[in-house]
Every structure is written in C-alpha cells, then in structure tokens.
Design a protein around this ligand. Structure first.
Ligand SMILES: [Zn+2]
Length: 425
C-alpha cells in the first residue's frame, strides 16, 4: 500500500536542511564595482616629479586612485624611491616606454624593445601589479604597434578624445579627456557629470603640474577637480586602468556555483578561472536570499549590505573570484506573517487516489505558483493560479511518482512562501 506521511516544515534553524530548487539561487555581478553608474581613471603621463610630490598626496588625502605612466629610462633615484614608498593597489605604475619614442617611426624591432623593456623594468622594480598597462608616447600607434602591445599588456591608453562605453571599448586604444595648462574646472568637472549621466568610463590625462613638465596645470585646479570627484564618489567608481580592466575580465569569466543552497544556508564558490596573482580585483555581487532570513551572516568576514526590491531581499557584497567557499546563513528565520498575504491551511494525501490535496488561504489578491519537486530540486509538477483570492484547493497528481522525499513549494507574487515536505512510502 502506498502511504504518504506529511511533515510540515517548521521555520527555524533546527529544521532539517532542505535542498530546494536551485533556480531559486539568483545572483548578479555588478557591471561596475560597487554597483556604481560610471567609472573614472585618472592618468598622469611622463613621470614628472611633481606628479608624485604634489598630485599623489592630494589623491591620497581624498582616496582617489590613479595610474602613472612612466618613461622608465628617465626615472631617477629620487623619483624611484618616492614611488617605491607610495605604490599600492590604488596607485598603478604603467609604462610610457623606455625613451618616449614614436613607436610607429622607430621600426617594429625597436618598438618591441621599448615595450618589453619598460614592462619588465616596472615588474622587476615595483612588483607584479606594475607594468600591466601602458600609454602610447605622443599618443601615436598603428595596428602593428597595437599587436605588439596586446602580447605584453592588458590595456593601453591612447590620446584619442572621447569616453569608453562599458560593453564596447577598444582596450588597446582607450579614449580620454585631456588636461592642459588652459583647462579649468569649468571644463573638466562636466566630464564627470557626463560620464555619470551616460554610464561611461572616463579616463583623464594629466601631464605637468606646477610649472614642471609639459603643459602644466596649477595644483589649485587639480585640488578643485579632485574635490569635485570626491563628492561624486557614490556615483562614480574611481580606479586605476588595470583594476578596471581586471574587473571587466573577471566578471566576464566568473561562475558562481552553488554547492549547497537550502532554506537555511547558501554555500557557493565564485571562480573566474584566471591567474589570481594578477586578477585580484574584488567583484561586486548581489544575491537573492529568502525574505524570511534575519540577522544574516556571511563567512570570511565579508561585509555586506541588505537591499529590498519589491519584497525580495538581497545582500550586496564584494569578493575576489578566487574560488573560495562563501557561506551565507541567517541567525533566525522569521515565520511569514499575515503581511505575506498567504496562509497554509491543510495538506492531505489520499493513498487510494494518488494525489495530494493542498488548501491555502490567499488574503490579498495575488498570483500563486505551486511546484512539486524532488529532493534534487527536479520539477515534477507545476501549477499557477493567477489573481488568486480566498480559500484555494489544489490537487497534485502523484500517480507514477516513485517512493521518496518530495517538496511542495508555494510562492506568491506578494512574497509569501510555503514549503511542505512529503514522503511517499
Ligand atoms: Zn608622454
């Protein structure tokens, strides 16, 4: 004889862990770090001393990262020691070749040497994260130069005027907006506004500062501009060229794999399958969690924020895609109250007729979605009730369903959720 034993799942952590339909596990990788609208990368060319003695302290005070494109053959011991003491993940050292040569004019072999030698000099002297990107001297390049650059660098900045769109940009000819000695903040600050409004990646190029170097700007102009950037930081992600490129490459390659996703725990791995010694930029994630989860904790001391969107609950956090295991769990699970608008009344089985009868009460008119699935989340039966209201009776045909453990899940468009375990003996 076929028997059904019915066990109502009580909603607390001592309840048995259930493997529910994995399609419930929803995640999103932010197009831009921190779910910001736009990106800004400040770049300084030629390695003039005031870039490090004047600009760098101003940047650091405001926590604004930047990329410095150095002519490695020109670097003196004073500049080198200042750089060594200040270099960090936020302050990138890129290549501007060895001698600031016109790469198109000097011939392929010499161009290769300029690009390779400056790259290895930066790597050797300033670590793995130096020399990952470059900028073309005089902004001069052609397709064969680009080809060589592709073999050595992750990206290259041109002097072509414009903005870079997230989904379609030439990483070996990044466009920019240029500061020269006549550029005031009345001209430069609107670049920031434009990038934010249009969701673009703005790259700025600066040369000399305070009478030193090519077309120098006054540090007062720089201060005014940096203050303007600092105020817009919640809308624009300020980062180095290489970290932006890493973010894009990682997010395009990242897979989030759920290892154990139940009603009381999410355990998953984030992996981009790239070399973690270089691709170390954290990505920003949004993960949907059951709205009944309270006092959520995330493993590894990962900080997160909670967000609601039409009664769905999400957590937002940053993590590097280095295949570590991340566990999200609630300290408590709240019992759905009346506000979810759906209430379980009765579930029975009839061993003689091979069906399960389910009775629900829908308090506010809404759509109801009822699913019968097996322990692996495989869907066996599915029913939808549009605009349901009042007491609803549903029958689940279980004829031919083999013995084992099953779950009935009820989701309502109002955010209500009911799970019942059914054992067919
Ligand atoms: Zn230059």
């Amino acid at each position: 004889m076929i028997l059904f034993s019915l066990i109502g799942l009580s909603l607390n952590l001592t309840a048995q862990k259930l493997t529910v339909d994995n399609s419930d596990f929803f995640y999103q990788i932010a197009p831009v770090y921190g779910f910001k609208q736009s990106i800004l990368s400040l770049t300084f060319d030629d390695g003039y001393i005031t870039q490090f003695t004047v600009a760098l302290p101003l940047l650091k005070e405001r926590n604004i990262p930047a990329t410095f494109y150095i002519i490695t053959g020109n670097i003196d011991s004073v500049t080198k020691s200042i750089i060594s003491n200040n270099i960090s993940n936020d302050y990138e050292l890129g290549s501007h070749t060895v001698t600031h040569a016109d790469l198109v004019k000097i011939g392929i072999e010499d161009a290769k040497m300029e690009l390779l030698d400056s790259h290895s000099f930066l790597h050797r002297n300033f670590g793995m994260n130096a020399g990952l990107t470059m900028s073309y001297p005089w902004g001069i390049y052609n397709s064969s130069i680009k080809q060589i650059v592709k073999g050595i660098y992750l990206a290259a900045r041109s002097t072509d005027v414009g903005y870079n769109s997230f989904d379609k940009f030439d990483r070996y000819a990044l466009k920019m907006q240029s500061f020269d000695k006549r550029t005031g903040t009345y001209r430069a600050n609107p670049w920031i506004d434009f990038a934010i409004k249009n969701h673009l990646w703005l790259v700025e190029m600066i040369h000399g500062i305070n009478n030193i170097g090519y077309s120098p700007i006054d540090s007062r102009v720089l201060i005014e501009h940096l203050d303007y950037i600092a105020k817009a930081k919640d809308k624009i992600w300020c980062s180095t060229i290489s970290n932006v490129i890493k973010y894009m490459d990682e997010s395009n390659n990242t897979e989030v794999k759920c290892e154990l996703c139940t009603d009381s725990v999410f355990q998953f791995r984030i992996n981009d399958f790239l070399d973690d010694s270089i691709y170390n930029q954290p990505l920003s994630f949004k993960i949907k969690v059951p709205s009944s989860w309270d006092s959520i904790t995330v493993s590894d001391g990962i900080k997160f924020t909670t967000e609601y969107d039409n009664k769905s609950k999400f957590i937002l956090f940053d993590a590097p895609p280095d295949n570590r295991e991340i566990t999200v769990r609630p300290k408590s699970i709240s019992v759905p109250g009346k506000e979810s608008g759906i209430r379980f009344i009765y579930m029975s089985s009839n061993p003689f007729h091979d069906y399960i009868k389910l009775t629900l009460e829908v308090l506010d008119q809404q759509d109801i979605d009822i699913v019968l699935c097996d322990i692996n989340g495989r869907l066996l039966s599915h029913q939808k009730e549009k605009n349901a209201i009042g007491v609803i009776n549903l029958n689940f045909d279980t004829f031919g369903v083999s013995t084992g453990v099953y779950f009935i899940r009820v989701n309502s468009s109002g955010g209500g959720k009911i799970i019942k375990k059914v054992v067919k003996i």
